[in-house]
Design a protein around this ligand. Sequence first.
Ligand SMILES: *Cc1c(COP(=O)(O)O)cnc(C)c1O
Length: 455
Amino acid sequence: MDAMHRFDPALEELAAAVFAFARRRAGADAGPGGVTLGRPQSPEALDASAGRTITAAGIGAWQALRLFTEVLEPACLSTDFPRYLAFVPAAPSEVSILADLVVSACSIYGGSWLEGSGAVWAENQALRWVADLAGMPEGAGGCFVSGGTNGNLSALVAARNAAAAALAADGRPRPARWAVVVCDGTHSSVAAAADVMDADLILVAGDRLTGEALRPALAGEAERVAAVVATAGTTNLGLVDDLEGVAAACQEADVWLHVDAAYGGAALVAPSARWRFAGIEHADSLVVDPHKWLFAPFDVCALLYRNPVLGRAAHVQHAAYLDVLYGDAWNPSDYAVHLTRRARGLPFWFSLAAHGTDAYTEAVEACLALARETADLVRASDHLELVAEPELSVVAFRRTGWSGEDYVAWSDRMMAAGEAFVVPSSHGGEPMLRLCVVNPRTTIDDMRLIADSLR
Ligand SMILES: *Cc1c(COP(=O)(O)O)cnc(C)c1O
């Protein structure tokens, strides 16, 4: 047998070293000896410190491990560092990370029920929990995909397919151009999906989509609208659209409602925020990213359809070598733009099962409370001003008197010092900062440190 697949007793020692590293790194607190922010390096710097790694004879596993732990990993930002507050950070639970190690070890093909029934069953339990949080009906279902981007694309393709089928059933032609309705707060991945679909975007002005603003946009256009995209937790400001009003307008126009809750959907578990999501139960499709604020490791997005038959109609692949998979089986590969897939929902399921759902409520509420406390801190600081009241866990604010360059210089300085990762964004053409809290390890002292550094 070849050297890669032969059992080698020396592997035991390597395995112990790998497990020890993973254990040390996972869930390490910030502080002396704990997780550090990390620092990006140039390709030249990495060439110099790592050298040539791909060789005919191999550099050996110990050398590869040494390069990873000493050179490569430190050149990656730790998204779970408590003062990594840019974009949407990550804070996977410790048991979800352990489960992720196990998923890799098992070589599970997660695309079909035939090959992965045990894993798919567990993933479906976790999907059902998300569907219940949103109040979706009994028959709702879908699959886990890599992220909100694939989730949005797959949902919008299903929506267009359903609209085309409805037109065909009436003997009417397809529109010359399909369209997707969005607002200013909609995530960039929706525009990217429309681009892939060669569909137009109909832009409704405003940070938040409302039923009132949506109705005139749909007037005369409904025939060519594949879907309206509402956002439950915008990335820039953390706002939740008027889901009830948007759902009513979609129903009147008989248009598919897709709800992008990639970031904000986690707050469905939090009683203090649940009311903001009223109307989400009307979604025809929904995405929530557990790798954002439901404490799962990258990369996992829950994609749900109100009527999974419509998702399957759009995405099922047919081929002689796949026919054995059909019948009544529930195949995750049938519900998105993918075929082979890792059982990426398993670490999320494992942590959810292990800790129970109350632990999720508690952890998400802690982030919401910290965001409110941080907004109070901003209000009380004369050098800072809020851009918007936080609805979820994004705190957006400005440093009075600063130009765009001032923000960039401050952000670069904070990263270089390993203090914090916060990057400038903008709203209404004016630069601003946003702190996105999804890590229960982040404290108000972390926020004070950042506020003080802005003086
Ligand atoms: C993050 C995000 C996305 C994209 O999700 P990925 O997992 O990064 O692909 C889509 N929509 C919203 C609202 C997001 O916050």
